[in-house]
Unconditional design. Structure first.
Length: 347
């Protein structure tokens, strides 16, 4: 039921890019969920990119940096400059932690899209061995009229290793743009595309902004994935996707509900049914086909009897997209320590 969700979301993203006539479609990694996606997944991804990216629309910007450095592959240039292809929507992408390069040849699934001339793959660093290593980031310099953008990319590197690199002098080097005719170094607007795990934080430095778009579809049924991903705190125009399957996340602490009998499984299941049913009617409409929602109810059953969710889940077949895992159970245990009581969540 959910296997086509990511393709529909990606197709909608590309459709919006065409409709808005954007200059560049910029991807921050994890286009694929696995380093070795299935042939079916690759075919569908290529179909979407070909349908939206190969056309006669003019490209209105220039890459003025050394492209052999920016794209160190066999061809060494941005895809829309290839005389054998009509690329109307240039796509630039780094890799994430799911589709990162691997193997003897250090290849990613993004490399396949790159050699097909559908994606401009950048931010790939050649790191060998288990030591700290050293990387140099060269910007892709993009000019459009009076606008000058220095686009840096850093594909995913293991957090522990990248942390050591930033703490090691000269391990991470940033190359600044050289002055050009009509464009000083200070005129370049710098963008860094990064794919690392971190919490969303507010940045107080003047002129420094962070935007974390998140995944286009829910990849994990957790609270963070249920929040809207199109806030308006920064100047970019963020467009919510309409083809994405709705996802609702609810937390229930049974001991806080006065009408539930701890020894009566039926009363527990009846309460959980009320909680889940209020969200199961929410559906996304993509064209004429409504999408069943994803619903996740996290239940803290401390002090209550063990619950068998099988009968509960059968009621939601055909009502939600994930009837087999609506409920997830956790138990809070208190451990007395000198500093006080520490509550530990165990699932």
């Amino acid at each position: 039921m959910r296997r086509h969700d990511s393709f529909q979301a990606f197709d909608e993203i590309c459709s919006i890019a065409e409709e808005k006539q954007v200059d560049i479609l910029l991807l921050g990694g994890d286009l694929f969920h696995k380093n070795k996606p299935s042939r079916s997944t690759l075919v569908k991804a290529i179909e979407i990119l070909r349908r939206h990216c190969l056309n006669d629309q003019p490209v209105q910007f220039q890459v003025v940096s050394d492209q052999t450095v920016n794209f160190p592959n066999t061809f060494g240039h941005v895809n829309y400059e290839d005389p054998h292809f009509n690329v109307g929507l240039p796509v630039f992408s780094i890799h994430g932690n799911h589709d990162d390069p691997a193997g003897v040849d250090n290849l990613s699934a993004i490399d396949i899209l790159s050699v097909c001339n559908l994606v401009n793959y950048f931010g790939k660093m050649g790191l060998a061995g288990s030591g700290v290593g050293q990387i140099t980031l060269y910007p892709i310099l993009i000019r459009k009229g009076s606008t000058a953008v220095a686009l840096y990319g850093l594909g995913n590197i293991r957090d522990e290793r990248l942390n050591r690199m930033f703490q090691t002098p000269q391990a991470v080097q940033w190359m600044r743009p050289e002055p050009q005719e009509g464009c000083e170094v200070s005129d370049w607007f710098t963008i860094l595309v990064l794919h690392q795990n971190r919490l969303c934080v507010d940045v107080a430095w003047m002129g420094f902004h962070i935007t974390q778009p998140g995944s286009s579809v829910a990849t994990s049924l957790i609270d963070g994935e249920s929040k809207p991903k199109h806030g308006n705190q920064y100047r970019p125009t963020k467009i919510p996707l309409t083809a994405v399957r709705p996802f609702e996340y609810i937390e229930v602490v049974l001991k806080d509900e006065p009408d539930i009998d701890p020894n009566d499984q039926n009363s527990i299941l009846e309460h959980l049914d009320k909680v889940a049913s209020q969200w199961s009617n929410r559906k996304a409409v993509n064209g004429s086909e409504p999408k069943l929602p994803l619903v996740r109810v996290k239940v803290d059953y401390s002090g209550f009897m063990t619950i068998n969710p099988q009968r509960f889940e059968q009621k939601y077949v055909g009502k939600v997209a994930n009837p087999q895992d609506i409920l997830i159970f956790s138990k809070a245990s208190k451990r007395s320590q000198k500093e006080g009581n520490l509550i530990i969540q165990t699932s």
